[in-house]
Design a protein around this ligand. Structure first.
Ligand code: WT7
Length: 576
């Protein structure tokens, strides 16, 4: 753990004093900010879009900017309202009703956002999937959710497994010509524009489902995480306090809308705060990322360690060529924001990146570094107001500071998943300890309440005696060696008689270094000198790249499976 402390960047943030707000915060007060508190009529679209669209001074403000291949499309709050009503009318015409499921299987494009809003208006469950999923992944999700419709593009139709289409009555295509593969294809382009711009939004109970998002986190087969319209209080607080959004903000979330970060922070979070959401549909190129920040005067940027690493690899000369002066807040999510990335960004982008932590299951950002709070590099920050976190031992008892244990959140908060679609057993698993939601992550809390991620529960390693450690600690030390770019440490099992894990490290190396037995020995010696004597890394393997999920999470289980010849080790070459 690094002792450094970086002074807070802003005292003018929405959250002025963390300690005070944390103490006095309560959720019923947040709910008072929504019109349904007075009217009893609940629908997230009404709060996020329609209320602003009804106000003459606000309706013309930009709600969404979409850019791809240099083409820019802009939507005001009024545009979003009217066009999503047209989409809702289209869906209603085809018989879609509250409770139906609707798959959105597309790469980033404006239609995704209109469809999301239309579904929410109707109470139809939004199910976005990455356009890069493979046949089996899509089949698994379709069989689980049994949607009544899918929205996709002709180029993706051949990816859809016929056997899993049983429940699908209509296959909507954003543009023509219709591929003619399925008998139930419906063209949206040219039709939806003629639908009425008014639609009577369906009022729902707060626990009415809003979306299902499939996540494997970093372990196990995918789960269909269900969230409700009532999440809006948690989404709003994430936007207001963590992303520090206001009506002047241009927020860029550079995550795919099929990932909960893009789905929630690219839509409802900014719209509930009256901000503009920018979506860049191009695939990553360093120069284009900087140019996007400059061109759209992005004020808040929510990104990932993977993107910061790619920018770092593209060189430190690049950022100086762009005007990033509009950027007032950078936040990161999804994987550890390791200190080398933190310091690089701070130095070359002119702002400290603020690490944040949450999960698809939590529905809102739960731990964060706030603009008005000092940062301890390597820490995910402190619990968001309204969230109580703890480190639990094996019996579900909160542990004192500086202990390694299970990261847990006190139930419940608005945003907590309401279920796993068709998977009650695994849902119960999260609540094994009464009153707590178990995240599956292992972490340490320091004496000021800052949290440090140490890996996933099933990545735990046994050192000498009863000592248990997270792989992250060793990976951090490995990364301090000048040759090592990234590292993953796994256990190959327990060493006979010794009761300690057989540790193996996988690394990628920096430009300018060549793999050799000598380098391996050198790194092992470096580890020996830097780690306590009961932690011994026996093997080191150099890889071209480490296996990661689409959202950039390290897949240690894939390395473990590959090493031990178990199923699941073949995803080493998983696509983006
Ligand atoms: C898992 C959840 C909802 C967006 C986040 C990803 C890992 C998340 C951090 C962080 C280290 C992190 C955890 C978590 N994770 N943020 N700041 N530092 N690890 O959602 O795809 O559901 O994944 O991502 O392991 O459990 P997700």
């Amino acid at each position: 753990m690094i002792k450094a402390r970086i002074k807070a960047e802003s005292s003018k943030a929405n959250l002025i004093s963390y300690d005070q707000t944390y103490k006095t915060f309560n959720w019923p007060d947040v709910e008072k900010e929504f019109s349904w508190h007075r009217t009893g009529k609940i629908n997230i679209v009404h709060e996020a879009v329609d209320l602003r669209a009804m106000e003459p001074q606000k309706r013309g403000r930009k709600a969404l900017i979409f850019e791809k291949n240099g083409q820019i499309e802009e939507f005001s709050y009024l545009d979003l309202k009217e066009r999503s009503c047209q989409w809702a009318n289209l869906l209603a015409q085809y018989g879609f009703e509250t409770g139906d499921r609707f798959f959105i299987f597309l790469p980033p494009c404006p239609e995704i956002y209109l469809a999301i809003l239309a579904c929410a208006r109707l109470g139809v469950l939004i199910c976005p999937v990455f356009s890069t999923v493979n046949f089996d992944e899509l089949a698994g999700r379709l069989n689980n959710a049994q949607p009544r419709g899918i929205l996709t593009h002709p180029d993706l139709v051949e990816m859809i497994p016929v056997e899993a289409m049983g429940s699908v009555q209509y296959l909507f295509l954003t543009e023509g010509p219709l591929p003619g593969v399925f008998s139930n294809e419906v063209l949206v382009e040219g039709v939806v524009q003629h639908m009425p711009k008014e639609f009577t939004t369906i009022w729902l109970p707060a626990d009415a489902p809003l979306y299902i998002n499939y996540t494997s986190g970093s372990t196990g087969p995918p789960k269909g995480v269900v969230h409700t319209h009532g999440d809006m209080a948690g989404i709003f607080i994430s936007g207001k306090y963590v992303l520090d959004l206001n009506e002047e903000t241009v927020l860029w979330v550079d995550a795919d809308p099929a990932w909960v970060t893009g789905l929630i922070c690219g839509t409802f979070a900014p719209w509930l705060c009256g901000s503009t959401s920018l979506v860049q549909g191009d695939t990553f190129e360093a120069y284009n990322w900087y140019w996007t920040l400059e061109k759209h005067h992005v004020s808040v940027w929510y990104t990932t360690p993977r993107t910061i690493r790619r920018l770092m690899e593209a060189g430190e000369n690049l950022p100086g060529r762009y005007d990033l002066s509009g950027l007032r807040h950078i936040a990161s999510v999804g994987a550890p924001l390791v200190p080398d990335l933190f310091y690089w960004a701070k130095q070359h982008l002119g702002r400290s990146p603020h690490d944040t932590w949450w999960m698809t299951e939590t529905g809102m950002i739960c731990l964060a570094n706030f603009p008005s709070m000092d940062i301890k590099p390597g820490s995910m920050g402190r619990p968001v107001p309204g969230i109580e976190a703890a480190i639990l031992d094996d019996h579900g008892k909160p542990m004192p500071p500086m202990s390694l244990g299970d990261l847990a959140l006190r139930v419940e908060w608005p945003g907590m998943m309401s279920g796993l679609w068709q998977d009650e057993d695994r849902y119960e698993d999260y609540f094994r300890f009464k009153g707590w939601f178990l995240t599956g992550d292992i972490a340490i809390k320091d004496d000021e309440g800052y949290y440090y991620h140490q890996g996933r529960n099933d990545d735990l390693l046994k050192a000498g005696g009863d000592k248990v450690i997270g792989p992250y600690e060793i990976e951090q030390v490995l990364c301090m060696h000048p040759a090592v770019a990234e590292a993953a440490v796994i256990s190959k099992g327990t060493e006979p008689d010794k009761g300690v894990s057989f540790l193996k490290a996988f690394i990628t190396i920096n430009k300018g270094f060549t793999p050799s037995t000598r380098l391996n020995h050198e790194i092992k010696a470096f580890l020996k000198a830097s780690l306590s004597s009961d932690i011994i890394v026996k093997e080191i393997s150099i890889l071209e790249k480490l296996p990661k999920t689409r959202s950039g999470k390290l897949l240690r289980r894939v390395l473990r499976a590959g090493e031990l010849g178990l199923p699941g080790g073949r995803t080493l070459d998983m696509k983006d």
